[in-house]
Design a protein around this ligand. Structure first.
Ligand code: COA
Length: 396
């Protein structure tokens, strides 16, 4: 091959979350613990809580609609939907989004699953498609509602959010570099059996497994010719809760022998934690919510700077890779809209949160219609004849 290498990566990145919020202080009060255990100890202040007519499809569609509004749907021939809170065992949630957004029929649509990792699998598959034919554009959606049993230790690490990103040649936001490090390990740290709507987790074991995977993925990344730690300016981790990213970065600094003090370590990381601290865990989306948070909240000009990504999905599969922020990236961001998506959520009290949590299981297998609650552009209208029904709202 002659000429310069094809540059591929993330051209645009959009965010959505559920339209209600629970302050974790209310959960702390219910549990009789100091709120700082959640605010500081696990690094979460709030969690987004979906209304009965919101789910992974409505959030994913709201994120993707912003991409299509700007770029149109022309040329998007692949839609990859990453989730681990799927709403059907057979049909991709992406097909519902494809329909809600009125996308063209000449499109392949598929759902990917491997716990919180699968949006990164989608990104890598998308890069491959674009590298083979630079005319291709791939829309990736990552959308999840993190749910644990009421009164379980995982309960403060619930949440909900979605991202959508467009993968193209000559990307305007972040060029993804080719070297990656991978690590797969068959373990039972976090999983959700088919008969449960809430995840099971061995919390402390999952934290240790995450750190071991980081070590394995980083090691392979370096063996395959990845750059040294000192050539990476910022870091973006999967965030089941933001303190996990802090622990991970401390571990990476140690593994890499970087010898950075606390302030220097936090400067490489902190901006990526702002949004997740408020959405709560969004499983597949969380690392890319972290990327958006980094780009929007870091005061430095990040153009030309390299970001290190660590994506982890329990069970487990993980990957370390890097990307370079593109000149002019700030013009791509939707800073005000993303702030509004968080600030404008309706605060709910603890009883309503509990009722919504319990109601998810109450109606399985029956026809039902949901009340109109979401102020968002798309809603889940209910189930009839076992088929989930979605519709645009009057806000669309
Ligand atoms: N003020 C400040 N910090 C406090 C505190 C207070 N009043 N009380 C406790 N803490 C700190 C603890 O020291 C601890 O911090 P550390 O881990 O840095 O030592 C942190 O708060 C959590 O306390 P802990 O006792 O470990 O909480 P827990 O047993 O309730 O479990 C998780 C916390 C995160 C393990 C649990 O919520 C969980 O399992 N979540 C799901 C994890 C997950 O998603 N895993 C899969 C994907 S990786």
């Amino acid at each position: 091959m002659t000429g310069s290498a094809l540059r591929v990566g993330i051209h645009d990145l959009a965010f959505a979350t559920a339209h209600q919020v629970l302050d974790l202080g209310a959960l702390a009060e219910h549990n009789g613990v100091d709120a700082n255990k959640y605010y500081i100890g696990i690094g979460q202040t709030e969690m987004s809580v979906p209304a009965a007519d919101e789910d992974i499809v409505t959030m994913g569609a709201q994120a993707a609609a912003q991409i299509l509004e700007r770029h149109g749907a022309d040329g998007i021939r692949t839609l990859l939907f990453a989730t681990e809170s799927g709403i059907d065992q057979s049909k991709s949630a992406g097909v519902f989004v494809h329909s809600l957004l009125g996308m063209g029929e000449n499109c392949r649509v598929v759902e990917l699953k491997q716990a919180c990792y699968s949006a990164t699998a989608a990104l890598q598959f998308a890069l491959g498609i674009v590298a083979r034919d630079p005319r291709e554009k791939v829309l990736v959606i990552a959308s999840d509602v993190a749910r644990y049993a009421l009164d379980s230790s995982g309960e403060p690490t619930q949440g909900a959010a979605a991202v959508a990103f467009l993968v193209t040649a000559d990307p305007a936001l972040v060029e993804i570099e080719p070297v990656t490090g991978l690590y797969t390990d068959d373990i039972a740290d976090f999983w959700r059996p088919n008969y449960l709507s809430t995840a099971l987790v061995d919390g402390k074991f999952s934290l240790a497994a995450y750190l071991r995977s980081l070590e394995g993925a980083w090691s392979e990344y370096r063996d395959r010719g990845g750059v040294g730690f000192d050539q990476i300016d910022r870091f973006c981790y999967h965030q089941p809760f933001t303190k996990m990213a802090v622990k991970a970065h401390d571990r990476l600094v140690t593994i890499a022998g970087a010898g950075l003090d606390r302030e220097a370590r936090r400067a490489q990381l902190d901006a990526s934690l702002e949004m997740n601290r408020r959405t709560g865990n969004s499983y597949t989306a969380s690392i890319y919510v972290g990327l958006l948070s980094l780009l929007e909240h870091d005061d430095a000009d990040l153009a030309g700077r390299r970001i290190g990504f660590f994506s982890y999905g329990s069970g487990s599969v993980s990957e370390f890779f890097t990307g370079v922020v593109q000149p002019g990236y700030r013009a791509v961001l939707r800073v005000d809209a993303d702030a509004r998506a968080l600030d404008d959520r309706a605060p709910i009290g603890f009883p309503r949160y509990r009722r919504l949590h319990q109601d998810v299981d109450a109606v399985a297998g029956e026809d039902y219609a949901t009340a109109v609650e979401t102020p968002g552009p798309f809603r889940f209208a209910g189930v009839s004849e076992h088929v989930r029904r979605y519709e645009r709202t009057t806000h669309a």
